[in-house]
Design a protein around this ligand. Structure first.
Ligand code: FVH
Length: 296
């Protein structure tokens, strides 16, 4: 009977915008939640909402079996993990949801193994208000048995995606998802700059831009099909040559409107290179061939 099973105590290290949202999610789900932050001021509001205050990071870690860290970056994390905290973590599970690169995740997993700490690395595909809503999903990598032991608790935060035992896989795919997002940000900002140059309020243009980007999201699947089939040339409906002319036009229009079009310059240069290589009648997804790691 799950209703009589006490919820696993959870410790949250790092109470920035995201750590606070994680702690609130566990409090709302009835988990005893101990919190610690470098600057103590951020603890107060959570304590008022039912969290337990720890006087040091080591005390926070000692409060339960599952410790979740969410700080700015790995150097910040390793500043926190001094000798006393490392010792307190022995025999417990550390789930690190701090953004970083695969090498940092793998090095931290090695460090954890050396100190008898179970370790999962993770990535958060949510913003603070969407934590613990159906929109949130979390990436994890690390040993199956560690993930399985804490799956139910981690599901409180959002959908759990276990990407494999290599601890670097969550960081890699987190960064890949963010790469897609930042490319989109560049396009959104460039589009707004263009309409703003004619005094069109971005708010009135926004619904059309959202609709167009939502429709064009199909490109994710279409490009993936082309790349996996290693075929950028058959059945092309919108050729690279045509699209290169279009991008030249929007860059020129931007310049004539007094808009800085620097964000588009690298994409345009790549398109021109691929056309010069003889792939003008191919698909735009063929640009992948110019940026991928060469096959050995
Ligand atoms: N907020 C978001 O929307 C995104 C969503 C996706 C995931 N990211 C990642 O989550 C990590 C934390 O992000 P955050 O939004 O909570 O960041 P801040 O509000 O800026 O809080 C930063 C916390 O890190 C602590 N901290 C910074 N440097 C140190 C250090 N040297 N030693 C100890 N702690 C440090 C900081 O403490 P304090 O300044 O309050 O004392 C905050 O707790 C991040 O990896 C995102 O990429 C969030």
């Amino acid at each position: 009977d799950h209703s009589t099973t006490p919820a696993t105590p959870v410790t949250i290290i790092g109470l920035g915008a995201m750590g606070t949202a994680l702690a609130d999610a566990f409090l709302a789900a009835g988990h005893p939640t101990t919190v610690w932050n470098r600057s103590p001021g951020r603890v107060e509001a959570l304590v008022a909402r039912g969290a337990r205050r720890a006087n040091s990071a080591a005390d926070a870690v000692a409060a339960g079996p599952l410790v979740i860290a969410c700080v700015l970056d790995y150097p910040a994390l390793h500043e926190i993990l001094d000798a006393s905290v490392t010792e307190a973590l022995r025999g417990r599970t550390l789930v690190n949801l701090t953004n970083g690169i695969p090498g940092q995740a793998r090095a931290t997993a090695d460090w954890a193994r050396e100190h008898g700490i179970e370790y999962l690395d993770g990535g958060i595909m949510a913003i603070p208000p969407t934590v613990a809503t159906p929109g949130a999903f979390f990436l994890y990598s690390g040993p199956d048995e560690v993930l399985d032991a804490h799956r139910a608790t981690l599901e409180v935060l959002g959908e759990v995606h276990h990407l494999g035992t290599d601890p670097g896989l969550a960081a890699l795919q987190d960064l890949a998802l963010l790469t897609g997002m930042y490319g989109m940000f560049a396009g959104i900002l460039q589009a707004f700059a263009l309409v703003d140059s004619e005094g069109i309020p971005t708010k009135s243009f926004a619904p059309m831009l959202r609709r167009w980007l939502t429709d064009m999201a199909i490109s994710v699947d279409l490009f993936a099909q082309r790349i996996d089939a290693d075929d950028h040339d058959t059945g092309v409906m919108n050729t690279l040559a045509m699209q290169t002319t279009g991008v030249a036009n929007l860059a020129q229009a931007g310049r004539e409107q007094g808009v800085d079009v620097e964000l588009l310059a690298p994409l345009y240069a790549l398109m021109q290179r691929r056309v010069a290589d003889g792939h003008g009648q191919g698909d735009v997804a063929g640009l992948f061939e110019l940026i991928r790691r060469p096959r050995v």
